[in-house]
Design a binder for this molecule. Structure first.
Ligand SMILES: Cc1cc2nc3c(=O)[nH]c(=O)nc-3n(C[C@H](O)[C@H](O)[C@H](O)COP(=O)(O)OP(=O)(O)OC[C@H]3O[C@@H](n4cnc5c(N)ncnc54)[C@H](O)[C@@H]3O)c2cc1C
Length: 380
């Protein structure tokens, strides 16, 4: 094991927080069906996000006055409990995980004041404007442009697969401020804080295999963005986005998306015939839980690195790659336990099977992650 990769033990403050979060979630538990829980961090519920904000659990690791400066371990415990319960965290997840930390790191005092309190209270949601019709894995091929105008910039182009844009007030979008794409590639990219009610922004929903519309196409037609909404440094967008992606890939949402199916299956074991119970518990559920425990250890290593201000990128990439693979296997494995699953569990299994192909695309495609792992091992 490389130095600094030890699995950290959770501090007492994190164990205490786990209990508090469980008590908080118990009030909601009876309202959520297994089908609801299967939506996990794609679930959206503004009132729930506000209730989480009220507890001080959004932006909890940010320094005062923005957050309460709690540890990465405490945030990890909060995440674990939310995901294991399948809580609808979709409206605050992105800003808590990456937009808020990015604004803290490279934003101006005015930008922090404008956005961080609203994020922490659960009122302001952010979406990620990176991918485009011709720029996914090869993000540096992006062509959406920001051109100088008096007092600001004019944005033109199309962002694609933008999760929850229809519910978000702000996008952090990556635009080309020097071009063309084929010559400049990573150079000349800049991030902007774009308020989505600006004139010229059009959000068009896209249905997924489940028939649900959680992601979108976002079209920019001559959208004016004032200078004070440029995030960080002009032309440094690539470096900023890379540090943001490490945060996007590092959390337990990368292996716990399908976990509510495991807990629901365990709760429904009485539906199984006797010989199957033994096989189910020992072989199938046991293996899923053991693999989850291994990934949790990796996630703890990532939290340790974040706590020590070290770069978690390659560990985050491994966690996401292995996690997506486990998540994709979970629904068929749980389905195999039951001749006829209870109706609610069956809907949840069906939903997860149809969502599963996206697990190894969102946040970086599998082959791309493996390329990064190969590079970190020095074999590429
Ligand atoms: C559910 C979901 C939510 C998303 N939310 C957002 C969001 O909020 N904001 C956002 O900006 N984007 C979002 N995305 C987009 C996501 O980041 C892209 O789907 C991802 O980067 C892959 O890009 P692509 O879809 O264009 O596929 P492509 O890049 O075209 O890849 C297609 C396939 O080819 C493989 N491939 C590509 N290049 C190589 C290579 N060089 N070597 C080997 N194999 C390669 C890939 O691994 C993949 O299997 C989301 C995607 C999904 C599925």
């Amino acid at each position: 094991m490389r130095a600094g990769n030890e699995v950290a033990a959770l501090p007492p403050s994190a164990l205490k927080l786990r209990q508090e979060v469980r008590e908080f979630l118990a009030d909601y538990a009876t309202e959520w069906t297994t089908f609801d829980r299967a939506h996990s961090w794609a679930g959206v519920d503004r009132e729930f996000s506000r209730a989480v904000g009220k507890r001080g659990w959004i932006g909890m690791t940010w320094p005062p006055p923005w957050g309460s400066g709690r540890s990465a371990f405490e945030r990890l415990v909060l995440q674990e409990e939310m995901l294991a319960a399948g809580a609808p965290v979709g409206l605050h997840w992105v800003a808590d995980r990456q937009s808020g930390p990015l604004i803290l790191k490279v934003g101006t005092p005015e930008q922090r004041q404008r956005y961080l309190p609203g994020i922490a209270s659960g009122d302001i949601s952010f979406c990620i404007g990176m991918s485009e019709p011709n720029a996914g894995s090869d993000l540096a091929a992006l062509e959406s442009r920001a051109d100088r105008d008096t007092g600001g910039w004019r944005l033109n182009g199309t962002k694609l697969w933008t999760t929850n844009a229809q519910y978000c007030q702000v996008m952090i979008g990556l635009f080309r401020t020097q071009g063309p794409a084929r010559e400049m590639r990573q150079r000349g990219l800049t991030q902007f804080l774009i308020e989505l009610d600006s004139q010229g922004v059009e959000v068009r929903s896209i249905a997924d295999l489940n028939g649900e519309s959680h992601f979108n196409e976002v079209v920019f037609n001559d959208v004016f963005v004032p200078d004070e909404r440029l995030l960080g440094v002009e032309g440094e967008g690539w470096t900023q986005v890379t540090s943001e992606l490490a945060l996007e890939r590092s959390g337990s949402e990368r292996f716990l998306s399908a976990f509510p199916l495991v807990t629901a299956a365990a709760a429904n074991l009485s539906e199984l015939s006797e010989p199957k119970v033994e096989n189910a518990v020992l072989a199938t559920l046991g293996a899923l839980i053991a693999e989850t425990a291994v990934l949790r250890s990796l996630s703890l290593m990532v939290a340790g690195k974040l706590e020590r201000d070290e770069d978690p990128s390659y560990l985050a990439v491994i966690t996401k790659d292995l996690g997506a693979e486990l998540e994709q296997r979970t629904a068929p494995a749980v389905r195999s336990l039951f001749d006829v699953p209870p109706a609610d569990l069956r809907r949840a299994i069906d939903h997860t099977i149809r969502a599963a192909p996206t697990f190894s695309l969102r946040g970086g495609a599998r082959e791309i992650l493996r390329g990064i792992t190969a590079r970190s091992l020095g074999v590429r």
